[in-house]
Design a protein around this ligand. Structure first.
Ligand SMILES: Cc1cc2nc3c(=O)[nH]c(=O)nc-3n(C[C@H](O)[C@H](O)[C@H](O)COP(=O)(O)O)c2cc1C
Length: 207
């Protein structure tokens, strides 16, 4: 895996002519579906923007970064706008169904989740949901690298504009981070840049 992590980089210039085969892209999406999340609550949605016109419309709201229109695929990683007790209860019902256990056997787990939500403000819950989305992004980037598919995670965008264009508020969603996926252009100068990372002794602390 380490070799792949050296190989990957945040791709600035994609080859617009090269498309990730749909079968492989579906496998990448599967890493998102299988990503872990706090309590398993999966407070996310992932929008695959396939419409080229929509991608062109998005571009000015993504700091005009060319990856939006040139990459093979483009994903908007979204968090839910709110999570309430009903959401938790329906999730618990789902666990019971999937694992064929009595819902009552999960009541302490349910209470723990409800207690977690109750002790937090809406802003704190929103922040916590976004953290889960970033974890899914990390899993996704690793899997892209492992398959030698290029990607560029992107926070350089105007959230309200992107949300508005995609109609996210009415779906109870907000854009958190974006990701372009595809293959690097041969002349992307960033591919050859040396990685800049802190040394081990600077970031690992043993106590
Ligand atoms: C959450 C996140 C947001 C980022 N946003 C952008 C972006 O909007 N545009 C861009 O070109 N690169 C973006 N990057 C790429 C980082 O600048 C890049 O990962 C970092 O400089 C390390 O370089 P490397 O990934 O090429 O090794 C982002 C990276 C992350 C993790």
């Amino acid at each position: 895996m380490i070799d792949y992590l050296h190989w990957r980089y945040a791709t600035k210039k994609f080859d617009p002519a090269r498309k990730v085969p749909e079968k492989e892209f579906a496998q990448l999406l599967e890493t998102l579906r299988l990503s872990p999340s706090s309590f398993g609550l999966q407070p996310w949605r992932f929008i695959v923007v396939r419409d080229e016109k929509l991608r062109r419309q998005l571009r000015p709201h993504v700091w005009n970064q060319p990856q939006v229109t040139d990459a093979s695929h483009f994903i908007v990683f979204c968090a839910l706008r709110k999570m309430d007790a009903d959401y938790v209860r329906s999730y618990v019902k789902r666990i019971a169904r999937e694992r064929t256990v009595a819902p009552g056997s999960l009541s302490s787990y349910e209470q723990m989740m409800l207690g977690f939500l109750k002790g937090r403000t809406p802003a704190e819950i929103s922040h916590w949901m976004k953290l889960q989305v970033y974890l899914a992004l990390g899993m996704f980037l690793s899997e892209c690298a492992r398959r030698k598919i290029d990607a560029c995670p992107m926070e350089g965008f105007e959230p309200e504009k992107v949300d508005g264009l995609l109609g996210l508020p009415k779906e109870g969603l907000e854009a958190v981070v974006l990701c372009a996926v595809g293959y690097r252009a041969k002349d992307d100068a960033f591919a050859a840049l040396k990685k800049v990372r802190f040394d081990k002794h600077e970031i690992f602390i043993e106590k």
